[in-house]
Design a protein around this ligand. Structure first.
Ligand SMILES: Cc1cc2nc3c(=O)[nH]c(=O)nc-3n(C[C@H](O)[C@H](O)[C@H](O)COP(=O)(O)OP(=O)(O)OC[C@H]3O[C@@H](n4cnc5c(N)ncnc54)[C@H](O)[C@@H]3O)c2cc1C
Length: 347
């Protein structure tokens, strides 16, 4: 066997961990730097759907996540501040697992496979080069078109749902609700604010509850929130970027972030990691150059993701336009094909 050169992965979220596991399964030495630690709560809808589930199955991870408590989701329902729609079947089954459990489970598998994991180690941005893969998540963007996007997440009990996934849109953004492991419901929202406008700690919680009288507010009327699970993230960029345009070798949100309303970001993290394995193994064995690795990963990711990113941009724009929301919810309730199409095009 040819000698193998080690790969350094910066960022131990879903993309970095999945890549690390894939490389270790092929006996490639892999070291992973993670600025945070495990387990920890992350802002995420925790709803995994799309082709990433096939990646998980191919890497032998899907069963492990089911054993870790992943909950299946088969139906979805959409709501505006004043309109409610009946549940519709999802075109394919999704799985829901808290990031607290998911990230820690992947970290444990990586370590068991002989991966070197450095927690609480932030690698400096300039410290890239041959053999270094960037899986550092979203790019920081303080403002986009005069608006700032931020995300909030908390787990709650005592939330009666009418569908496995409920999406509540409003003039402020949207909140998704889905059941996760441990009998809890994930309450996660993406919100927009005008640049310069601040949101206090108390107001953040109220944003997640929705406006008084809305279906969301009714749903969360008796919710018991787990304060330890509350987290927030700001500076999100929802502009699509091409992977080949990145100077460094990137996977996951470090390439680009798909609008979270699609519920496909985790899938893209898993998929991009899988697409990166083969070129990285070839580099590690001295078969191709680092420039060729970057080009191959970039081209593979762009070929798989470009179409869904383009559709996601429009879907996000429509869903978050207040004047269209009631019409969309009514239209979708009567025309199941519309959501099936939106679902399929963004996957
Ligand atoms: C509000 C919201 C809701 C969402 N809901 C869903 C959903 O329901 N379904 C879905 O599929 N997707 C959803 N997403 C998207 C999903 O969370 C991301 O696409 C996914 O987490 C991307 O994985 P990643 O590994 O690329 O990045 P991350 O999971 O963000 O991991 C990046 C890691 O890199 C580490 N890091 C960063 N810089 C450094 C450094 N310099 N040195 C060392 N470590 C570093 C960070 O600590 C972090 O752990 C949502 C996103 C938001 C904002």
């Amino acid at each position: 066997m040819a000698a193998t050169k080690p790969i350094v992965i910066v960022g131990g979220g879903l993309a970095g961990m999945t890549l690390g596991i894939g490389l270790r399964q092929r006996d490639v030495p892999a070291a992973l730097w993670e600025a945070g630690h495990y387990p920890r709560h992350r802002v995420c809808g925790e709803f995994i759907c799309g082709r990433g589930q096939e990646t998980l199955a191919r890497l032998g991870l899907r069963e492990m996540l089911e054993r870790a408590g992943a909950v299946g989701a088969d139906t979805a329902a959409f709501f505006s501040a004043t309109q409610s729609a009946r549940p519709l079947p999802l075109p394919s089954r999704a799985i829901c697992l808290s990031r607290f459990t998911l990230d820690a489970t992947l970290a444990e598998i990586f370590r068991e496979l002989g991966g070197e994991l450095w927690e609480r180690r932030r690698r400096s941005d300039g410290d890239a080069g041959e053999g270094v893969v960037r899986a550092t998540g979203r790019r920081l963007q303080t403002e986009e078109g005069g608006a700032r996007w931020f995300g909030l997440k908390a787990h709650a009990r005592n939330v009666p749902l009418t569908a496995d996934l409920e999406m509540h849109v409003s003039s402020q953004g949207y909140v998704g609700l889905c059941r996760v492991n441990g009998g809890r419901v994930n309450v996660c929202g993406l919100f927009r604010r005008r640049a310069g406008e601040s949101v206090g700690q108390q107001n953040r919680r109220e944003l997640l509850r929705g406006s008084i009288g809305s279906p969301l507010h009714q749903r969360l009327a008796s919710a018991e929130f787990d304060d330890n699970s509350f987290c927030a993230v700001a500076g999100l960029s929802l502009q699509p970027y091409r992977a080949v345009a990145r100077v460094e070798c990137c996977i996951g949100d470090a390439i680009t972030m798909i609008p979270p309303v699609t519920g496909n970001g985790m899938s893209m993290a898993f998929e991009s990691a899988e697409l990166a394995i083969e070129p990285l193994v070839a580099w590690s064995r001295g078969e191709i150059s680092w420039a060729e690795v970057q080009l191959q990963i970039g081209r593979r990711c762009d070929a798989v993701f470009a179409r869904r990113l383009a559709w996601a941009k429009w879907l996000q724009r429509f869903l978050l336009t207040p004047s269209l929301q009631n019409t969309l919810v009514r239209f979708a309730a009567r025309n199941g094909w519309f959501w099936r199409m939106a679902f399929e095009k963004t996957r």
